[in-house]
Write a protein that binds this ligand. Structure first.
Ligand code: NAD
Ligand code: ZN
Length: 347
């Protein structure tokens, strides 16, 4: 079968011919109907040899941690799922047995790393191929009548902002303000989710005018350039009070500076981008009662909830489509910031 693989650190991914995988005991093979390209893949492929080896992901590795498909073959003893069923892959799998996993919060399973359990495309072979293996039927959420190509990105670009916003819902009451920094794959979903789940005034920041137009199109009340004047423009638009929550889908020092300048007592600072920043914490280091969170992906029940929001037409992904042969070009465009919404690979 054909697969898009990361083969050599520092080089672009390659379309390769690889053996079609066979499902082992308890496993499920999917015929992939769509796979999404995330900036996290781009981040992983931008690491140097030393940084990459710290992750320990074996190469070559088939990319793609957003995947949907049709159940194509069942390993011995795999139960509870039917051949031909359309499903979405829940990526951040855990051990499946601990307290977190029992709650469906497998993204925070404390045993996954030590047991070598990795999401598809981020440590094991992922969805950018004609077929993929999923280790357990519990990780497959029914897709029902949702269009696979239009819904595949809900598994991460939808789920991650949903989980991030749900963690701040207690604060996002009428009269609140939420700032979304970075209107890409995740950010354009965050804006829609904030509009659907809350009555907050939504302000978007990005670095290009076209992204600001995009933000307004998907529901932002205000959209401004992410620069030294951002805080001033926000104050002019919604008043000088601190904002209620900042959802940062970039996470670097210049963006943190903006986020901190908008923060005050009880502001939620939610850092979702793949980066790390230095900031003072503690009573004398941060505004009283403010919270800093670093959410990772989302839970299994939350993925079901996100799919339901799409099914009922309350959110939708803006997609650009590529074949497997064109997949390296999708990543080039992602890296260059030339995409609007999400790149989806259709094998
Ligand atoms: P994307 O490339 O689709 O979007 C990024 C957006 O940020 C683009 O619109 C870009 O123009 C904008 N941007 C870049 N620099 C900016 C700046 N200084 N100020 C404002 N906007 C800026 O990326 P994506 O796939 O949406 O991913 C966003 C981030 O989230 C990435 O860092 C990714 O690794 C991370 N991520 C985290 C999780 C998690 O679980 N925490 C999950 C998925 C992705
Ligand atoms: Zn991702």
């Amino acid at each position: 079968m054909k697969a898009l693989q990361y083969v050599t650190v520092g080089q672009p991914p390659e379309v390769r011919e690889v053996p079609t995988p066979e499902p082992g005991p308890g496993e499920v093979r999917l015929r992939i109907t769509a796979a999404g390209a995330c900036h996290s893949d781009s981040f992983v492929m931008s690491l140097s040899e030393d940084q990459y080896s710290a992750f320990g992901y074996p190469l070559p590795m088939t990319l793609g941690h957003e995947g949907v498909g049709v159940v194509d073959a069942l390993g011995e003893g795999a139960k509870g799922i039917e051949l031909g069923e359309a499903v979405a892959v829940y990526g951040p799998q855990g051990c499946g047995r601990c307290h977190a996993c029992a709650q469906g919060v497998e993204n925070y399973c404390p045993h996954a790393a030590s047991r070598g359990i990795h999401p598809p495309g981020l440590g094991t072979d992922g969805a950018m191929a004609e077929y993929m293996i999923v280790s357990d039927p519990r990780l497959l959420i029914p897709l029902g009548d949702l269009d696979p190509v239009e819904s595949v990105a809900l598994t991460d670009a939808g789920l991650t902002p949903y989980h991030s916003i749900v963690g701040s819902l207690d604060l996002l009451v009428p009269g609140s303000t939420a700032v979304v920094i970075g209107v890409g794959g995740l950010g354009h979903m965050a804006i829609q989710l904030l509009r659907t789940l809350t009555s907050a005034t939504v302000i978007a920041l990005d670095i290009s005018e076209s992204k600001l137009d995009f933000a307004r199109e998907v529901g932002a009340h205000h959209a401004f350039l992410s620069d030294d004047n951002a805080a001033q423009r926000i104050a002019e638009a919604v008043g000088p009070e601190p904002v209620t929550a900042v959802f940062d889908f970039v996470t670097n020092e210049p963006v943190l500076k903006i986020a901190l300048s908008l923060s005050g007592p009880r502001t939620d600072l939610v850092l979702i981008g793949a980066g790390s920043v230095d900031t003072a914490v503690g009573l004398l280091g941060q505004p009283f009662g403010s919270r800093v969170r670093a959410p990772y992906w989302g839970s299994r029940p939350e993925l079901m909830e996100v799919l339901e929001l799409a099914r009922t037409g309350q959110i939708s992904v803006d997609t650009e489509h590529f074949t497997l042969d064109q997949a390296p070009e999708a990543y080039r465009k992602l890296h260059a910031g030339e995409l609007r919404g999400r790149a989806v690979i259709v094998p």
